[in-house]
Each structure stands twice: as structure tokens, then as C-alpha cells.
Ligand binder design. Structure first.
Ligand SMILES: O=C(O)CCC(=O)C(=O)O
Ligand SMILES: [Fe+2]
Length: 201
């Protein structure tokens, strides 16, 4: 077990979405992924990432040999589908004073997938929060510091959990060390979906 994080401006709403809300959000995401299929991105150095990614909204975050960036089109050239209303409603509920989200990044973690410690810093306005929604298998989320290195704290994020990273937590390093593959029955083939809602411009 891990205790909730004691980090300023990091809020965890455990069980924010009940099972039926999670199921309808997954159905909405499936429809979005028909328009913008998941891709396995590569880092600018050419290393394949273990998560698969897509996005909804005006912008999607992409990475390839040309670098990390936001793009108004999927790598296949099509615009991204709109952010589902069910997802947008979470943003409006937890950060009602923020600007409207312009990107919903969709990360899919299969067995063995992880995400190294990083900062979310490709957005123009760091006063705007990032909101994350977890669906499916448990993920071990690690929160570090604004500077590289130092102490970190970890928490298991479960299906239906919502996290807000704003203010002093907005530029902290964070990542996902591992998932507990098969720990949830939400996604028929297992795995974890994480959505991050961001203001980009
Ligand atoms: O999967 C998560 O919980 C975090 C994802 C994340 O940090 C990101 O997409 O930038
Ligand atoms: Fe991130």
C-alpha cells in the first residue's frame, strides 16, 4: 500500500468516476480511437515508447524523430476527434476556473508499459492545470520535483481516479513505473488508459 501523496497542489480524487461512468467513457474513447487510432510513438532519439498514444481535441501531443510537440493533426494527417463530453465534464467539475482544455492525450499501457519521469512542459501557459483520468488496470504513479532528482513519492492510481496537477505541482517530474496488468476488469483485454487534459496554447 502507498499513502496518498503529501504534495502541494497535487489532488487525487479517488473513485471520482463510478463503474458505469467509466464504462461509458471507455465507449466514448473507443469511438474517438476509430477516428484517431493509437500509435506507438518514438522519442526524438528514435526509441519506441512502451505506451501507445492518441489524442482528442484541437491539439494532440506527438513525438517522432523531429521532436516532441503539439500537432493539430494525427500522424496520419487527419484532425483529432473532439474531446468527448464525458471527459470534458470531469475537467469542468474539478477545475471550473481553468481555461477550456485543448488536448486530451490518450495513453494506453499494455503489459510491461511504463512512462519515465518527465515534466509536462510543451504547453504555453503553466498557470493552467493538467487533469488526469485513469481507467482500467492500476498504475504506480511517481511524483518527483521540479528539478531533476531528489526524493519522490508514489501512489497507485486506480480505475476511476482523477488527479489534478496545478500550481506548484504543475512542473514537477512524474511518471508511471509499472501497471498491475489484469488488475481491473474494465477493459476486456486488460491494460490501463490514462487521459490527460491540457490547455496547450
Ligand atoms: O499515465 C499517467 O498517469 C501519467 C501520464 C503522463 O504523465 C503524461 O501523459 O504526460
Ligand atoms: Fe506527464
Amino acid at each position: 500500500m502507498t499513502a496518498p501523496l503529501s504534495i502541494r497542489d497535487f489532488s487525487l480524487f479517488h473513485g471520482f468516476l463510478d463503474r458505469s461512468a467509466q464504462e461509458s467513457m471507455v465507449a466514448d474513447l473507443r469511438a474517438a480511437l476509430e477516428v484517431a487510432p493509437l500509435v506507438q510513438p518514438v522519442t526524438p532519439r528514435g526509441r519506441p515508447m512502451s505506451v501507445r498514444m492518441s489524442a482528442a481535441g484541437r491539439f494532440g501531443w506527438i513525438t517522432d524523430r523531429k521532436g516532441y510537440r503539439y500537432s493539430e493533426t494525427h500522424p496520419d494527417g487527419q484532425p483529432w476527434p473532439p474531446i468527448p463530453d464525458s471527459v470534458r465534464a470531469v475537467w469542468d467539475a474539478v477545475v471550473p476556473d481553468a481555461r477550456p482544455p485543448e488536448c486530451c492525450l490518450i495513453n494506453w499501457y499494455g503489459e510491461g508499459a511504463r512512462m519515465g519521469l518527465h515534466q509536462d512542459r510543451d504547453e504555453a501557459d503553466f498557470d493552467q492545470p493538467v487533469v488526469s483520468i485513469s481507467l482500467g488496470d492500476d498504475g504506480l504513479f511517481r511524483m518527483g520535483n521540479v528539478e531533476r532528482g531528489g526524493k519522490t513519492e508514489s501512489v497507485w492510481l486506480r480505475s476511476g481516479d482523477v488527479v489534478v496537477m496545478g500550481g506548484a505541482a504543475r512542473l514537477r517530474h512524474h511518471g508511471v513505473d509499472r501497471i498491475r496488468f489484469g488488475s481491473s476488469t474494465l477493459l476486456p483485454k486488460g491494460g490501463r488508459i490514462n487521459l490527460t487534459l491540457r490547455v496547450v496554447s
